[in-house]
Design a protein around this ligand. Sequence first.
Ligand code: OSB
Ligand code: MG
Length: 370
Amino acid sequence: MRIEKIVVRKLKMDYRFPFETSFARTTDREFLIIEAYSEGLVGYGECVVSADPYYSEETVGTASHIIEEFLVPLVFSKDQIPHPDDINKDFSRIRRNNMAKSAIEGALWDLYAKKKNITLTEAVGGKKSKIEVGVSIGIQESLEELFAQVQDSLDKGFNKIKMKIKPGKDIEMLRAVREKFGDIPLMADANSAYTLDDIDLFKEMDSLNLMMIEQPLAHDDIIKHATLQKAITTPICLDESIHSLEDAQNAIELGSCKIINIKIGRVGGISEAIKIHDYCKEKNIPVWCGGMLESGVGRAHNIAITTLENFTIPGDTAPSSRYWHKDIITPEVVMDEEGYIHVPEQAGIGFDIDQEALDKVTVDIKTYTN
Ligand code: OSB
Ligand code: MG
């Protein structure tokens, strides 16, 4: 395919409620939506950055710069892009900036699937017709609020409860939830808030029978996680530390984790996500799809990769209504009572863009023509 035009929209959307992690409390989201045009079709990609560099180093500003100055010119320099994997190879010359790359690559994946008149799920080689869903619950002020959130999530049918933790709001809250709700599928996400000095805390957590503890140590660490994993029985799941297949290979080789959270944006796109999935499958390391509080466009991409076989643990891709008053896709992402999202059957990402809703939350538009 030859890309004729790329549109970069900057969006600002308010969450239905504030979301607190160990690194920030957020009430709204600034991010980018990419439109890639070719022969009357449009492919959509989401750049899962935030306004601030607290989860990763990328922001709306850095991603816009990399997209405008490097990625768009690179895409336009190609007369034909036979497959999205090809653009992944071309982008590899540019170091990191994975969320920026992933946004453009994601739009090309959608476009590729639409051109072939197949679903994005078929394009990535996924087989499932529905995917199992979990929920990520932010840090709550009080135990009462936490209990209410957990109860509500169980009532809605979510198949995994992930609790965000930080020092001072960790083992007591996890223990309280375990005692009140019994043997529910429960895990914790620390977003790098701890060090090896906290090893005794993690040993104590072993008694809570958590499904896993996500990213307990530094965002760029693989070595110390191996030390921690050897000292505890709870599986460690890496999120922030894994940016590529190479990172995944190193982490698995060193025994730094027993599970990997794959986020398309963090690893630079769907092509790399598939490579990590395949490698983990070969090594018997289960994976699940993480979330970045995406709009429906990012959610649709997440649904597609979660249909791959080794995504055996429920992901964080919850329904649109959990986050947004009004999502930018139609229909919105919904979940059935058993906590499954049914994979859409329409070509490409499988959802239409709600143009009016999209225009309403667009704060800036840049158009690049080839
Ligand atoms: O660490 O998985 C994370 C949200 C923003 C940044 C990082 C993370 C998260 C979540 C929420 O856990 C997942 C979601 O509901 O999309
Ligand atoms: Mg995480």
